[in-house]
Design a protein around this ligand. Sequence first.
Ligand code: COA
Length: 249
Amino acid sequence: MADIEVAREGRVQIIRFNRADKKNAITRAMYKTMADALVAADGDESIGASLMLGQPDVFTSGNDLADFMAVAMGSEHGGEVGEYLKAIATGTKPLVAAVDGLAVGVGCTTLMHCDLVYASPRAWMQTPFVDLGLVPEAGSSLIAPRLMGHQRAFALLVMGERFSAEQAQQAGLVNVVVASDDLEAHAMGAAERLASKPPEALAISRKLIRGDRDEIVARILEESEHFKGRLKSDEARNAFMAFMQKKAK
Ligand code: COA
């Protein structure tokens, strides 16, 4: 089974994390698969919306820390993450997500690019960037304060506070909290309804609502410059080492 499954149901493209044994941690290859799928959806008139799904009780734990560690130890960063972030920031098709369980790091910041987000009562969101010696990414340093106000964005992005589904809903990151058993069907229903709307009117409306993407892309690049530098810092190296050592115990 691929770590990312890309499928179709009618006019809905489904992108599913499928690496549950590693809490759906995202490798470079997984970013690439998702970026390619989203770019393909953009150019495919038969796709009306994309839906991101995880596994029971796990959306994703974010970037694979072993990949971060490799960069910290001198490997090239690779462009896959950038391709993925560009795809979610500038893609023209509506993006829907269903979050059951944990959504950490880029699993959380991805939601800031979705048009509709549904979460189960056991969903939680967290971005431990600063504790890992890193900085916010995916444009979250720009989008989160606009979405939820400075203090809540700071609590999420800098303090690394864990937001429950209810808190995430209050912060504007989640539309509706839906029971785990009904979550995927609920999100799929919304994606299908979106995908059946008149495509041109939908595209124009979405573009107007999402506003200036150049600003967001510029912020993603600015964050990314810092992020790449931070990955090679002692602060980050020590944090990754601590995670690996905890694992080894
Ligand atoms: N990268 C690489 N591996 C990861 C991972 C990640 N982001 N998240 C989880 N895993 C792996 C664990 O190493 C473990 O692997 P193992 O079974 O080979 O030891 C497996 O997934 C299960 O994770 P575990 O930590 O045992 O699950 P948990 O339920 O106790 O904790 C988390 C879940 C998400 C809280 C914890 O795994 C974690 O903090 N992960 C790191 C999250 C992170 O910092 N992401 C990057 C943000 S920028």
